[in-house]
Design a protein around this ligand. Structure first.
Ligand SMILES: Nc1ncnc2c1ncn2[C@@H]1O[C@H](COP(=O)(O)OP(=O)(O)O)[C@@H](O)[C@H]1O
Ligand SMILES: [Mg+2]
Length: 206
């Protein structure tokens, strides 16, 4: 299965999502994380600790490596053009668009979704990340808005938790982060991973 993670905006959890989706898929079968961002955030993250349980490589080595892995996840570069998005959506089984539930951040999301809708692309799904805890309702509001716009959204949301930045700082996957909510944080991406597997199955039988 080939997964791409993209969005017009930075800071929405692209790299965090790519790393943890790769970690989940790697529990099923060997997985390759391709770092397609000039900032090399995912690569640097993997080098800060004891390394990830899966392979991280530059997109330039994709051709050489792809055949060796069952699954691959691409953390794409920032600011994709509409052509980039189209190529990504066509070249993968599922394009994940992370989005954060803040009013100020909806412009980038809208831009990304409008581009995908213009190209009549249905192989994408929005993932709400950094969801603030109840009683705050922004995440539910964003979910409701996207449902209304008939934009496909993951049922699971990723909560806003410090465990994620701790994991990045210490170079590990979030379940190994030194934080009391580390297990909760990992469960969120486990749920996302399970959804991805279901969507891929539905697609195959369609
Ligand atoms: N669910 C989350 N809760 C809290 N912080 C998060 C979460 N996801 C990502 N972050 C933090 O937000 C920042 C941006 O995340 P990152 O994955 O690097 O985004 P992008 O790749 O889109 O720029 C990082 O400091 C990261 O640790
Ligand atoms: Mg990034």
């Amino acid at each position: 299965m080939h997964i791409a993670v993209a969005s017009y905006k930075g800071g929405v959890g692209k790299t965090t999502t790519a790393v943890h989706v790769a970690a989940y898929l790697n529990t099923i079968a060997p997985t390759l994380l391709l770092d397609g961002d000039r900032t090399r955030n995912a690569t640097e993250w993997s080098l800060r600790g004891d390394g990830f349980p899966f392979t991280v490589a530059d997109v330039a080595s994709a051709m050489k490596l792809a055949g060796k892995f069952k699954h691959s996840v691409v953390d794409t570069g920032q600011q994709p053009t509409e052509k980039d998005l189209k190529a990504l959506a066509e070249g993968c089984d599922l394009l994940i668009i992370p989005a954060v539930p803040l009013a100020l951040d909806t412009a980038g999301l809208r831009q990304t979704i409008e581009a995908l809708q213009r190209m009549n692309e249905n192989r994408y799904r929005v993932l709400i990340t950094k969801a603030p805890p109840p009683p705050e309702t922004e995440a539910q509001q964003l979910k409701a808005l996207l449902d209304e716009l008939k934009v496909p959204v993951f049922k699971s949301m990723v909560p806003r938790l410090k465990a994620f930045s701790k994991a990045s700082a210490s170079g590990c996957i979030v379940d190994k982060a030194d934080d009391s909510r580390a297990a909760r944080a990992w469960e969120a991406y486990e749920a996302v991973g399970k959804e991805i597997v279901t969507y891929a199955r539905v697609k195959k039988s369609a």
